[in-house]
Design a protein around this ligand. Sequence first.
Ligand SMILES: Nc1ncnc2c1ncn2[C@@H]1O[C@H](COP(=O)(O)OP(=O)(O)OP(=O)(O)O)[C@@H](O)[C@H]1O
Ligand SMILES: [Mg+2]
Length: 245
Amino acid sequence: MTDRMDTPPIRAVGLSKTYTLGRVQVLAVRDVHLTVQRGRLVVIMGPSGSGKTTLLSMLGCILRPTAGELYIVGQRVERWDEAYLPHIRRRYIGFIFQQFNLLRALTALENVEIALHLRGIRGRAARVQAAQALAQVGLADRLHFYPKDLSGGEQQRVAIARAIAADPLILLADEPTANLDSVTGHHVVEYLRAVTYDRQMATVVVTHDHRIRALADEVYYMEDGCLRQSEKSAWSLSASSSLSS
Ligand SMILES: Nc1ncnc2c1ncn2[C@@H]1O[C@H](COP(=O)(O)OP(=O)(O)OP(=O)(O)O)[C@@H](O)[C@H]1O
Ligand SMILES: [Mg+2]
């Protein structure tokens, strides 16, 4: 990849989103500033309805902000039209949806392969890369299973394999452990932590799960659309800077 290593993959400046439903306006995200560097796992917590999914969707170039600027690898996302955004999403972003969004008529392998096809990787190369991604999440012996024959945790891991198969720079996950038991959920997050570091991705995980905090580099809270850094990360940042000084 030619992108400069020191350019943050994600930089949001004053990002806001207002939904308009008839005469009702919902200010879902207010003036969010967020920078995520490579190799960092950022967690966003907060109550239901506080704007987490809205923010993540904007970072993932799925939803157009009503105000503010978004820079992906230093490039400002300016044209929020569907002719342009798929290019950014395919090139840089892997998205893990809460509901997995697996295609039920396709096997695990085919679900991952199709994501690679969308990125221009075809034929045998796609098949091999998809099988490798599934092996990395511990599903080498489930390649030809259909979603209905996989457990919730296994389906979630297929969704993760699909998101990371094409080696994205940015990984966004919306409640990746919400449907999992606590042990499986913990494994999934440990895996996200490891892959973020190994591949030097910028990862943002939205979660209600307090146990995930421990594995995060930075923790933010969202409330009424406002994002603020939590004390844990403020503490760990000052601790690491005082250790290094
Ligand atoms: N398409 C939409 N149109 C209008 N309002 C919306 C829309 N999507 C979300 N909202 C509103 O915006 C606010 C933030 O929603 P969002 O889905 O971002 O919350 P969240 O923090 O992800 O909540 P949860 O934890 O329940 O998933 C909510 O008040 C919600 O009702
Ligand atoms: Mg949500």
